[in-house]
Design a protein around this ligand. Structure first.
Ligand code: ZN
Length: 244
């Protein structure tokens, strides 16, 4: 691309122009154009086109190779780190951060024809996440309490685990993660009350910093009936402690 054509690049690039950019810049361009936030714990799948996930992996691999070079690791002759950049790129995009790049799992919602209005508890759901500060693992458990009403949509029990996994497999901050999960479930299920408790072990506390073994953190979100009704809240919390 000549210097001149760069200077005259219109602000609104066509997809043809965008195709010449590195894939992350292309995706970022669409996000900024749509005024859409793209923090570490945001899902950006709506802005990723077919084939671009593979391109993203290739770009992350190249940059990760640069990080290893900057760490002065001889990835050419060290057979252990030979393929590390590719492995890490794949792990980030396809596994541990896939909740950013993949759309929400498809769910079937059922109208509450039986008019169930009993407290329902799902959990413990295993949580695997990573902290946004250090990209260190966060491993924990989540319990979800739902108080449905006749207008609620019921989703299958396994679907709570899939939604939780989708929200958690992003770089996260535990307080924000539980709020995000609550917002998603509130919108999907539309219950009278929603309660979420998350208990997790933050590996950045073991591996680095204070090397504190007291690294368990517990967070909760209570909404609707769980906020107003202390006995419902007590019932939920007492059922949790029995499940331990
Ligand atoms: Zn951390």
């Amino acid at each position: 691309m000549s210097q001149n054509s760069q200077n005259t690049m219109p602000i609104l690039r066509s997809e043809e122009d965008l195709a010449r950019l590195p894939v992350s810049e292309r995706i970022r361009y669409r996000l900024v154009g749509a005024d859409c936030r793209y923090h570490a714990n945001d899902n950006i799948s709506a802005f990723i086109q077919e084939g671009e996930i593979d391109e993203l992996k290739a770009e992350v691999e190249a940059r990760m190779k640069g990080v290893l070079e900057s760490l002065v690791i001889d990835t050419d002759s060290d057979h252990n780190t030979n393929d590390t950049a590719r492995r890490v790129a794949k792990m980030f995009i396809d596994e541990v951060f896939r909740g950013r790049y993949q759309p929400r799992p498809r769910l079937t919602e059922f109208p509450n024809v039986e008019r169930l209005n009993e407290l329902m508890i799902v959990g413990p759901v295993k949580v695997r996440s990573a902290c946004s500060h250090h990209l260190c693992p966060i491993l924990g458990r989540v319990w979800i309490g739902v108080m449905p009403n006749e207008h609620s949509n019921l989703i299958g029990l396994s679907k709570y685990a899939r939604i939780t996994d989708w929200i958690m497999s992003r770089p996260q901050i535990q307080e924000e993660a539980v709020t995000m999960l609550a917002n998603e479930l509130q919108e999907l299920v539309k219950p009278d009350g929603l309660a979420i408790v998350m208990e997790a072990d933050h590996f950045c506390m073991h591996w680095r910093g204070v090397k504190d073994d007291e690294s368990m953190m517990t967070n909760s979100v209570m909404r609707g009936a769980f906020l107003k009704d202390a006995s419902l809240r007590r019932e939920f919390l007492s059922l949790l402690s029995k499940k331990d």
